[in-house]
Every structure is written in structure tokens, then in C-alpha cells.
Design a protein around this ligand. Structure first.
Ligand code: SF4
Ligand code: SF4
Length: 474
């Protein structure tokens, strides 16, 4: 975006004083079209965030990121360590998806979807407005001595913040360890699972710190995505932008005066009322152009629209627009860069869907026992020993498991008390097996065998192994 001559705003962060101390932001309560839309989006997302770990599909938690046990569920699909490639691809798709949208629509993710913004602006900030009032009242309360009113208001606010942080920490834990485990732990009481309870206390403290104190600093200082904006955005990206051409006119912005012909005087439509600055939760002036701190929350669009309406000027002085759109009045274009990103996204998504569809409920691994070659038995039978591992990714036990050899007239002997066994749900079965084949059947000293895994009469998985035999086999 084109910026004004004076670029001194780039030397400092809007939320720091010249001495480097924190300048607390007291944003005006937003209202308007976009704020209403965002409220509805936030209700849906909050419901999703709070419920997702408690929803089950085929017995699988809808979303789970159990890092300690290396088990992940995404949209009800369980991912095991063996599926790590699928997990990586889905993460990659997520990153490319966000990058693609950033190129096209700027930080739309930050303003509308990011959990930090949703919780900060739509939960904690709204509680603050409810208890302490709007910007002016909050600033007065902040300045005043610690009297009964301030102690009461701050006490209620901080207590509520703590309770909500505790609730968020519990939900967060449900994502990490699984909702069933969380509910069991709650039923057992905190002393029965002290280490998990300590984690819960730490999470609560972190969330409280972030939402009660650190706030917009997360987006300005800590968030790596925010830092990428300089690389991802170009002059065709749609961002929340001030129409400087219209706002500044030929002779710059000027305070509003009744019955003054601003157009004749060459002044732009911006009446320098500072409402867009007062409403900004990151404390910036959007009229300085696109800035790293802007989370595209749209509060300044709504606020400026109110002002334009009140002075009978067209709305949209601040709006969603690209630099090109403002400079040349050009419409949105599907650029080669966007096409490239989309192509990669489509290929990766297709790959992921294909892999998910081809993925079996049961995964079989049969490996040669280390250090063992083959054994020559009576009647010219050659025997090899293998270990097997069967992973059941479903939420039901798989019974009557047994192995068969395809194409070869040999036998598979599983070293266990029973010929057929059960693989428990979400669990594994492992053991040792001997494969015996008459030497006359073998065509070389290394034969590729296909092993079929059956549950009762259903073929559920196939896997291959190399079977070793003597060099002079005939
Ligand atoms: S709210 Fe609109 S009119 Fe007021 S200062 Fe901001 S851009 Fe100018
Ligand atoms: S400049 Fe506008 S869109 Fe950007 S963070 Fe501030 S209020 Fe939100």
C-alpha cells in the first residue's frame, strides 16, 4: 500500500511507549455489519472448538492430537505412527491452503478464524465491555485509584477470565489426551492423576496470561504467521485497506465542518476523526497503509462506515481492497501465482484422499527374524522364520485372524497356542511365524512371497516377504 510521507510510525510498535513500556490498548467496542457477521462466525467456531474433542465418528474422536502416544485423529480418521506420511501431507495441505488464501485475501484467517482472535475479541473482550464498559469507561477505570468499584470490577473480570481459561485448558487437554481419558480423570479426581492436573494448571495459567495480559502482543510479536505477511502479500492481495486516494484528496484529510464544500477545497473524505484508530484492537492507524500489526479484524471498516453515513458520504472509505484496486480501480484477478498454489493444493488434496481411501483398517508387517537365513528340514522342506506385527486401526476387535500363502504350496505356522487369534481394537498383535515350502516349489534362492491376512473368511490385508532358500535348489 502507498504510505504517507511521514513513515515514523514504522519505527515503533503502536502498543509500546517511546521508553519501550507496554501501552495498553483500550479499543472502542466495535459495531456494524462486519462485526455482526464475525459474531456469527465466532459462535460456530467456538461451538466447533468446544465440541470437536467430544464428537465421535465410528467410535473415533473427531479431532485428537495425542502427541505423547503418537495418535492423531483428524475428522474422525485415526492416524497411527505408521500413517505419519498421511499426517504430514494433511498438515502440508493446511499450510498451503492458508498460504493460498493469504496471497488472495490477506490475513482473512487472522480476523475471522484464528482461535486467538476469536477468544480474545469475541469472548474475553466482550466480557470486558460488559463489566467495565466501553473505551472511555475502561480508560477512566484504569486511571482511577483502587477504590471499591475498581476492586469489584477488576475482581469479577479476572475471576471470570480465570474460569474461562480453566475451561479452555480442559478442552485443550481433551484434544491432547482424548476426551474419554479426560472425563475419567475428572471422575477419579485430580489427586489420582497429579501430573495431568499440573499440566492443566499450567495450561490455565498460560491461557490466562495470554488473554488477560499478553493479548494483541501474540499477533504483533509472537505469531510466526503474522511475520510471513511481507512475503505473501502483493499489490493484488485483498486486505482491509484505507482508500488513500479518496480519503486524502489533493489537499489531504481535514476535520469535518458543517456546510463546508470539501470537494471544492480539495480535501479528501477522511475527516480525521480517529475513530478507526480508537476501535483498532492492535492500536494502529490503518491510514498509514498495510501494517504487520493489522489482523484484518474489520472493526475499522465498520467504524468508518458509521462516520461516512453520519456525514452523508458513501461508505467504504476503509474496505476490503487491494492496492491495485485502490490505485487503478482494478478488479480481483486470478494471478499465475494463485493458479500455481491452487494446482499444488488440488494435487496434494487428491493424493491425500487417494491415500486415505487405499489405507487399510489393518496394517500387517512381516519381517525376517534378524540373523536367520533358512533351515533345511526333512522331506526337502525349506523353512524361514519371520516376525509379524498386525495393527488394528478400527474401534472394534478383529477376530479369527490367520495367514495364508498366495501362489505357493507351503504352510504358515504361527508360534502361539492358537492357530487363530484376535487383534484388539486400536491395538496390535505381534509374534513369530514359520513359513515352510517344499524346495521343489522354489525357483531361486530368494523368492518373493505374498502373505494374505484373513479375519475368518475375509481377506483384510496382504503383505510381501522374501523367502530364502539354498543356491542349488533343484
Ligand atoms: S474513521 Fe474514517 S473518517 Fe475517521 S479518521 Fe478513520 S478513515 Fe478518517
Ligand atoms: S487496522 Fe482495522 S482491520 Fe486492522 S487490526 Fe486495526 S481495526 Fe482491525
Amino acid at each position: 500500500m502507498e504510505t504517507p510521507q511521514n513513515e515514523s510510525f514504522r519505527d515503533t510498535i503502536g502498543t509500546l511507549t517511546e521508553e519501550g513500556k507496554r501501552k495498553w490498548v483500550f479499543p472502542k467496542k466495535p459495531s456494524g455489519r462486519f462485526y455482526d457477521y464475525r459474531k456469527w462466525v465466532s459462535y460456530i467456531l467456538l461451538a466447533f472448538f468446544l465440541l470437536a474433542p467430544f464428537i465421535k465418528i465410528n467410535g473415533n474422536q473427531f479431532l485428537m492430537f495425542n502427541i505423547l502416544e503418537r495418535r492423531f485423529n483428524i475428522f474422525g480418521f485415526p492416524f497411527w505412527p505408521q500413517d505419519f506420511h498421511l499426517f504430514v501431507i494433511s498438515m502440508l495441505i493446511g499450510v498451503i491452503f492458508i498460504a493460498l488464501f493469504t496471497v488472495a485475501f490477506g490475513r482473512i484467517f487472522c480476523g475471522w478464524i484464528c482461535p486467538q482472535t476469536i477468544f480474545m475479541e469475541m469472548v474475553f473482550r466482550r466480557i470486558e465491555y460488559w463489566i467495565e464498559g466501553d473505551r472511555g469507561a475502561q480508560m477512566r477505570l484504569d486511571r482511577q485509584e483502587w477504590n471499591a468499584e475498581k476492586i469489584r470490577k477488576r475482581g469479577i473480570k479476572w475471576s471470570l477470565f480465570l474460569v474461562i481459561s480453566f475451561v479452555i485448558a480442559n478442552v485443550f487437554l481433551a484434544y491432547l489426551i482424548g476426551s474419554d481419558k479426560l472425563i475419567n480423570y475428572i471422575t477419579d479426581g485430580p489427586l489420582a492423576h497429579a501430573s495431568t492436573f499440573i499440566s492443566l494448571v499450567i495450561f490455565t495459567a498460560v491461557f490466562y496470561f495470554v488473554f488477560a495480559w499478553f493479548r494483541e502482543q501474540v499477533c504483533i510479536i509472537a505469531c510466526p504467521y503474522g511475520r510471513l505477511q511481507g512475503v505473501l502479500l502483493d499489490n493484488k492481495s485483498i486486505v482491509v485497506a484505507y482508500d488513500h486516494k479518496r480519503g486524502e484528496g489533493e489537499n489531504g484529510r481535514k476535520k469535518f465542518r458543517k456546510n463546508e464544500d470539501r470537494e471544492a477545497l480539495g480535501h479528501g473524505d477522511c475527516i480525521d476523526c480517529f475513530q478507526c484508530v480508537n476501535v483498532c484492537p492492535t492500536g494502529i492507524d490503518i491510514r498509514n497503509g498495510t501494517q504487520l500489526e493489522c489482523v484484518n479484524c474489520t472493526a475499522c471498516i465498520d467504524e468508518c462506515d458509521h462516520i461516512m453515513e453520519s456525514i452523508n458520504l458513501p461508505k467504504g472509505l476503509i474496505r476490503y481492497a487491494s492496492e491495485e484496486n485502490i490505485e487503478k480501480k482494478k478488479k480481483f484477478e486470478f494471478t499465475p501465482r494463485l493458479k500455481g498454489y491452487s494446482a499444488v493444493l488440488v494435487i496434494l488434496t487428491g493424493l491425500l484422499i487417494g491415500m486415505l481411501m487405499l489405507r487399510n483398517d489393518v496394517e500387517a508387517r512381516v519381517l525376517r527374524l534378524p540373523g536367520q537365513l533358512f533351515e533345511h528340514k526333512d522331506n526337502n522342506i525349506i523353512s524361514n522364520v519371520f516376525t509379524y506385527k498386525l495393527i488394528n486401526k478400527t474401534t472394534r476387535d478383529i477376530p479369527e485372524i490367520h495367514f495364508k500363502l498366495r501362489s505357493y504350496n507351503g504352510t504358515i505356522k504361527v508360534v502361539s497356542a492358537e492357530d487363530r487369534f484376535t487383534v484388539p481394537m486400536q491395538g496390535l498383535a505381534e509374534g513369530t511365524m514359520f513359513i515352510e515350502i517344499p524346495q521343489s516349489e522354489l525357483e531361486s534362492d530368494k523368492t518373493k512371497l505374498m502373505i494374505e491376512v484373513y479375519s475368518d473368511d475375509d481377506l483384510i490385508e496382504t503383505t510381501t516377504v522374501n523367502f530364502l532358500g539354498p543356491r542349488s535348489y533343484k
